[in-house]
Write a protein that binds this ligand. Structure first.
Ligand code: RB5
Length: 154
């Protein structure tokens, strides 16, 4: 199956600004259009502001997929997964990245710049781009996400 070339929206906080720039260049080098939601330098910012920008666009269907980065990736994944239809996967290894596409059809890849080195990060992005969703029983399971009742009862 040929690799998808649909645009990607990317965002980070200051802790991952440098890695974001590298991932952005990597994507552009592969012929993928990139929308950069910031941040735009290493000045301290609040990661939710950028997680919200990216996740809201994916949630609304304005972008099919996104990439978020912060120091650990934890904060960004927490923010992103609050949005309907967002399936954000924090990946620190290649197997998780591959499986997040095959089984979970992740639409936001999350990276922790203080956790993974640049070379591993780029490999995680590469396999995430190249791996297709398997569908079938996995789609049935994802469909259940939309029917989750989060009402708190006592
Ligand atoms: C910023 O210091 C750091 O807290 C942030 O990048 C991220 O790791 C949060 O989850």
């Amino acid at each position: 199956m040929p690799e998808k070339k649909t645009p990607i929206i990317i965002g980070s906080d200051h802790a991952a600004y440098d890695l974001k720039e590298k991932v952005k260049a990597f994507l552009i080098g592969r012929g993928i259009d990139v929308e950069d939601a910031g941040c735009h330098n290493e000045n301290s910012v609040d990661y939710p502001d950028f997680g919200i920008k990216v996740a809201s666009m994916v949630s609304a269907g304005k972008f099919e997929r996104g990439i978020l980065l912060c120091g650990t990736g934890i904060g960004m994944s927490m923010v992103a997964n609050k949005f309907p239809h967002v399936r954000a996967a924090l990946c620190t290894d290649l197997f998780s990245s591959i499986m997040s596409k095959r089984h979970n059809n992740s639409n936001i890849l999350v990276l922790g710049a203080r956790v993974v080195g640049d070379i591993l990060a780029m490999e995680i992005v590469k396999v995430w781009l190249e791996t297709p969703f398997e569908g079938g029983r996995h789609q049935r399971r994802l469909d259940k996400f939309d029917r989750i009742d989060t009402t708190i009862t006592d």
